[in-house]
Design a protein around this ligand. Structure first.
Ligand SMILES: [Zn+2]
Length: 365
C-alpha cells in the first residue's frame, strides 16, 4: 500500500503519511518494502499445510481485491512518474516469483494429500458390531462336541449323495414305499440331494472296522412346503454305533445322556415302537414337554410328551450290505432334526425365522 506521499509501507507499519521523502529515500524504502513482502511471503509459503491453507496464502498476496502485491501494483500511479518503471519492474519480478513458488508448493501439497493414507489413524475408532453364530450352526457344533467327547468320529459327508447310499444301502430299494415320504430332488438317475444324514451308517461301516462310533450332521433336503413347521432344507444329525453285543439298552442309555445335555438334566425320555426301513426294531423317542414339564399344555397337545427323534437297532440287512456278516456284531442308530431341537430349545414358533437372516432375530442368540 502506498501513502499519499508515495511512501511504501505494509499494513501494520507505523504510518508515515505526512513525511515528504527524497527520491533516494523513496527508492530505499521501496526496496525494503519489496524485500519485506518477499520474506513475509516465504514464511507464509513454508507454513502451508494443505490446499485450503494454500488458497488463503495465494489470496493474501495475489487476490484482485486486497492482495498485498496486487494492491501495491495498483498504487503505482501514485508514485512520482520517474520512479514508476523501476518499482513496477521490481514488483512484477516479485509477483512472478510468488506465482512460481505458489505453483510449486501446490504440487507438493497435492502430492502430500494423495500419499496421505485415506484413514486418519488419529481419529477415535467406530464401535465394532460383533456378529453371533447362527443358532442352528452353534447347536450343530454343540451336538458334535457332545459326541466327540463320547469317542465318536465326525463324518463330513456330501450333500449330493448317490441313490445307493441315500436309499438302497439303507434297505430302501427302488419302488420301496418309504421313499415316498422322503421325495427329493434328483440330478439324474443316480445322484440326488440327500434326504437325511443316515447315509453316515453305510459310509462309516465301509470306512471303519467295529467297534464303530460315528456321527454326521448337516443340511438335508426334501420336497416339503416352506411353512411355519416345514422347510425343503433343514439340518439333521445322525449317529451310529456298531460293536459286538450292543442292544437297545445301550441306545436308550446314550440317548438319555445326550438329551439331558442338550435340553436340561431334569428331562425324561420314553421310547415308542416306530418304523424306519433301516432299523429293526425301530422306536420313536419322546421327551417330557419342556414347556409344561410334562403336566400337559397346548405345545404338547396336553400329552406331556414331545416327539424328538427316531432310533433303532441297525437292520441286519443294512449291516450285511455294508459288509458286516458276523451275527454277534450289532449296532444302533438314530437321527434327529437339529432345527426341531432349536425350535424347542429356544421357544421359536416358526422355522422360517432361522432362514430369514433377520438380524433382530439372530442377534438374540
Ligand atoms: Zn407341554
Amino acid at each position: 500500500m502506498l501513502s499519499h506521499s508515495g511512501r511504501f509501507f505494509l499494513p501494520g507499519d507505523p504510518g508515515a503519511e505526512n513525511l515528504q521523502l527524497s527520491h533516494e529515500s523513496n527508492e530505499a524504502m521501496m526496496r525494503e518494502t519489496i524485500s519485506r513482502l518477499r520474506r513475509s511471503f516465504e514464511e507464509d509459503c513454508a507454513a502451508i499445510t494443505g490446499s485450503e491453507n494454500w488458497k488463503s496464502v495465494r489470496d493474501k498476496y495475489l487476490a484482485r481485491e486486497g492482495g498485498l502485491i496486487t494492491g501495491a501494483l495498483k498504487k503505482l500511479r501514485e508514485l512520482p512518474k520517474e520512479e514508476r518503471p523501476a518499482f513496477g519492474q521490481a514488483m512484477n519480478t516479485l509477483r512472478e516469483f510468488v506465482e512460481e513458488r505458489l505453483e510449486t508448493r501446490l504440487q507438493e501439497v497435492r502430492a502430500g494429500e494423495r500419499d496421505r493414507p485415506a484413514v486418519d489413524v488419529t481419529r477415535p475408532g467406530f464401535p465394532l458390531e460383533f456378529g453371533s453364530a447362527h443358532p442352528i450352526k452353534s447347536l450343530q457344533a454343540e451336538i458334535e462336541e457332545i459326541f466327540v467327547g463320547m469317542g465318536f468320529r465326525v463324518f463330513d459327508l456330501p450333500e449330493i449323495e448317490s441313490d445307493y447310499y441315500n436309499f438302497e444301502a439303507l434297505n430302501m430299494p427302488p419302488e420301496h414305499p418309504a421313499r415316498d415320504a422322503q421325495d427329493t430332488f434328483y440330478f439324474n438317475a443316480v445322484q440326488l440331494l440327500r434326504t437325511h444324514c443316515s447315509s453316515v451308517q453305510v459310509h462309516a461301516m465301509e470306512a471303519l472296522e467295529p467297534p464303530i462310533r460315528a456321527i454326521s450332521t448337516g443340511k438335508v433336503f426334501r420336497r416339503d412346503p416352506f411353512d411355519a413347521t416345514h422347510s425343503p432344507m433343514f439340518y439333521q444329525v445322525d449317529v451310529i454305533a456298531v460293536e459286538e453285543g450292543l442292544h437297545m439298552g445301550h441306545l436308550k442309555g446314550m440317548l438319555d445322556v445326550f438329551l439331558k445335555r442338550v435340553f436340561h438334566p431334569g428331562i425324561k425320555m420314553r421310547l415308542r415302537p416306530g418304523f424306519f426301513p433301516f432299523v429293526e426294531p425301530g422306536a420313536e423317542v419322546d421327551i417330557s414337554c419342556i414347556f409344561c414339564s410334562g403336566r400337559g399344555c397346548a405345545k404338547c397337545k396336553q400329552s406331556g410328551w414331545i416327539e424328538i427323534l427316531g432310533a433303532g437297532m441297525v437292520h441286519p440287512r443294512v449291516l450285511e450290505m455294508s459288509g458286516i456278516r458276523d451275527p454277534r456284531i450289532t449296532g444302533f442308530a438314530w437321527g434327529m432334526g437339529i432345527d426341531r431341537v432349536a425350535i424347542l430349545k429356544y421357544g421359536v414358533d416358526d422355522i422360517r425365522l432361522f432362514f430369514d437372516n433377520d438380524l433382530r432375530f439372530l442377534n438374540q442368540f
